[in-house]
Ligand binder design. Structure first.
Ligand code: F6R
Length: 370
């Protein structure tokens, strides 16, 4: 079943490119327009959506955070992300024009299911992004977009995460199409860039795995890790931190790079490992420069810096002890490649410590209790 791989997690990380590619297949009709898998909402109602609330847990919630940056940019409607278990207990503002997007790999997460039911009771529409055909969450939703990552066996979610980002992006482009907030050519341009992502992920798997493995060996005795990123790099940092704590049982904290000076920098002293996701350097934009100065600051306080950066970024190399390279890609799509070395890193650390990477202690693949 593992197809020659030492673990399901290893196999599934290597299926990231396929998961992204397959989730893009069959999304277009003969006219080239984007279509959803199941829609039980009238087009006019769909067009009138004026707010999105993503409800999800864990890794799926980080996919939702990534999608917020893209959907707000493309569709110009507010997107909120809420942990499903928090959502229900705070009297959220829901109207028939609110689209609640439930993201779930298993389709059986009880927290997410209860949030979805609450939203429908309040008269909102629910769209599911799900990896499991016929599971409860899509069955109870008004519309469905399936991720085609294939069955995910390892407890820690990997290929489902990249597929969730792609599906959420397709939802954003679909809304842009029906609301007319983007030109058809712009939409097609982004779809073409998405179609180029599987090869870029493959490049990371083929060329960076050795560097990642060496870094894991060097970091084996580290007690804690900080992960930081800005813009779409922020949810990637959160996800990298979650993977490492889940399977390598190492204390990690992910946070927005801009928060550094508001608190977390106090944790940095000699040898503290800090993982930083660096945005593209193209145009030497402020986003890039701000993240680089964050690395410089932690480096000045003795941090051991592991940096994920675009191939050839000279600034990233200047303050990095280790660099995991990614091929050039548009900023909004970079999470699809940036998360890959972090998935590998967590797996390597857990393997080196002798832990079962597929079945981490205390965790279940789908959490069917609240
Ligand atoms: C992380 C992980 C969990 C799940 C979360 C939601 O590796 O596996 O954080 O992402 O429990 O599960 P689903 O997506 O099945 O609703």
């Amino acid at each position: 079943e593992k197809g020659g791989w030492p673990s399901f997690m290893d196999k599934e990380i290597h299926e990231d490119p396929e998961a992204v590619g397959n989730t893009l297949i069959g999304r277009f009709n003969a006219a080239g327009d984007i279509v959803l898998d199941e829609v039980r909402i009238a087009l006019e109602d769909f067009k009138s959506i004026d707010k999105i609330i993503v409800v999800a847990c864990g890794t799926a919630s980080y996919a939702g955070m990534v999608a917020k940056y893209a959907i707000e940019h493309w569709v110009r409607i507010p997107v909120e992300i809420e942990l499903a278990h928090e959502f229900r207990y705070r009297d959220p503002i829901l109207t028939p024009r609110t689209l609640v997007v439930a993201i779930s790999q298993s389709g059986e997460t009880m927290d997410t299911l209860m949030a979805l039911r609450h939203a429908r009771e309040q008269g909102s529409r629910v769209l599911a992004i799900c990896n499991t055909q016929g599971s409860t969450i899509p069955r109870e939703s008004d519309a469905v977009l399936y991720t085609h990552a294939g069955p995910e066996i390892a407890v820690a979610s990997t290929k489902a995460f990249v597929a969730q980002i792609v599906a959420a992006y397709m939802l954003g482009l679909y809304l842009a199409q029906i609301k007319g907030t983007m030109f058809p050519d712009e939409i097609r341009g982004i779809v073409a860039q998405l179609k180029a992502m599987p090869a870029k992920i493959q490049w990371v798997l083929d060329t960076q795995a050795e560097t990642v493995d060496k870094a894991a060996k060097r970091m084996l005795n580290a007690h804690s890790f900080l992960f930081l990123g800005r813009h779409v790099g922020y949810p990637v940092a959160m996800e990298g931190a979650l993977k490492l704590k889940e399977i390598a049982y190492t204390f990690t904290e992910g946070f927005a790079a801009g928060e550094l000076k508001h608190g977390p920098i106090a944790l940095v002293d000699e040898g503290e490992p800090v993982v930083v996701i660096v945005p593209s350097a193209r145009g030497r934009n402020t986003l890039h420069n701000k993240v680089i100065s964050g690395i410089e600051e932690v480096k000045a306080r003795g941090a051991f810096t592991i940096v994920v950066a675009e191939e050839g970024d000279p600034d990233a190399e200047r303050y990095a002890d280790v660099v995991f390279w990614r091929p050039a890609c548009p900023t909004l799509l970079s999470p699809l490649v940036d998360v890959v070395p972090l998935q590998l890193f967590a797996m390597d650390m857990a393997n080196l410590k002798g832990y079962d990477v597929d079945k981490p202690r205390n965790l279940a693949k789908s959490v069917t209790v609240e």
